[in-house]
Unconditional design. Structure first.
Length: 270
């Protein structure tokens, strides 16, 4: 970080912690996040996605506010008032706060109030979904790029990030906030160049007790979402790397562990 900017941020008093709560399983919050939560006087949490067991890590007498019912202005007001009163404040976000977490606007608004929002990363639902699938998303020579995005709903997409455009890369594409937009996703990805038989995994409420993983082909996506009645809290993962183990035509391996490959820590043995 530019040292000028760093000193400016450090000069803001009373850090408020923006903690990633993880995808649902309370064991997936970081140790740092859990400690900060256990010391908090005030917790502002994203009610729809934070499990009660994570909230219970805060002291029983901590003040708790569900941000699902609040505007940005109200969130900032609650946090700023508490921070100015010297209280320890945790803003709890689902998954990792830096991915579709609306964290930039909160950080900027709080900075104007002289309050620094310090981020504690979390396990995003995208990596939790890959873990639930038991699959790596980056496979040598098959896919080395993951696109994290969403379909345009009431939030428009920037012109140069239309799904049709992104589809041209045929990378693994992970769609947040798009389970209710299956028809548009299917149409745009097919028109953009993914073959109809491209594997898709729908990961709903990953790591929650009612987690569901449903697989289909891209040209079955809309129908599958409808049949399974999945409309929210789901990730749609599309691409060759998502193909089920044992069904892949091409098998590749990394250079890192190839006996014929030397690198800084190991000499080739064959
Ligand atoms: C507001 S975004 C928050 C994303 C979060 N910051 C993250 O890193 O996972 C909400 C979207 O994330 C995805 N999501 C969050 N938690 C999930 C979970 N447990 N299982 C599947 N998808 C989830 C869904 O696409 C949902 O619509």
């Amino acid at each position: 970080m530019n040292s000028n900017r760093k000193s400016k941020i450090e000069n803001l008093k009373s850090p408020v912690y923006l903690v990633g709560a993880g995808p649902g399983d309370p064991e997936l919050i970081t140790l740092r996040g859990r400690r900060l939560l256990s010391e908090a006087d005030v917790v502002v949490y994203a009610g729809s996605l934070i499990p009660p067991a994570v909230l219970d890590m805060a002291p029983a007498d901590a003040e708790k506010h569900d941000s699902a019912k609040m505007t940005l202005e109200q969130i900032v007001e609650v946090i700023a008032k508490a921070a100015r009163a010297g209280k320890r404040v945790v803003r709890l976000a689902s998954g990792d706060p830096t991915i579709f977490g609306a964290s930039a606007e909160q950080s900027e608004a709080l900075a104007k109030e002289g309050i620094r929002l310090e981020t504690v990363p979390g396990v995003s639902s995208v990596t939790a979904a890959a873990a639930a699938l038991g699959q790596e998303l980056t496979l040598p020579e098959i896919c080395q790029t993951i696109i994290l995005t969403r379909a345009a709903g009431r939030t428009p997409m920037p012109e140069n990030e239309q799904l049709r455009e992104l589809a041209r890369h045929r990378a693994v594409i992970a769609l947040f906030l798009s389970a209710a937009l299956g028809k548009d996703v299917q149409r745009d990805l097919l028109e953009g160049g993914y073959p109809p038989e491209t594997p898709v995994a729908i990961a709903a409420r990953v790591t929650w007790p009612d987690e569901r993983i449903v697989r289909c082909k891209l040209d079955e996506l809309e129908e599958t979402l409808r049949r399974e009645k999945i409309t929210k809290t789901a990730l749609i993962l599309v691409g060759e790397a998502v193909r089920e183990r044992g069904h892949r035509a091409k098998h590749t391996r990394s250079k890192l562990y190839d006996p014929a490959f030397s690198h800084g820590y190991r000499k080739a043995s064959v």
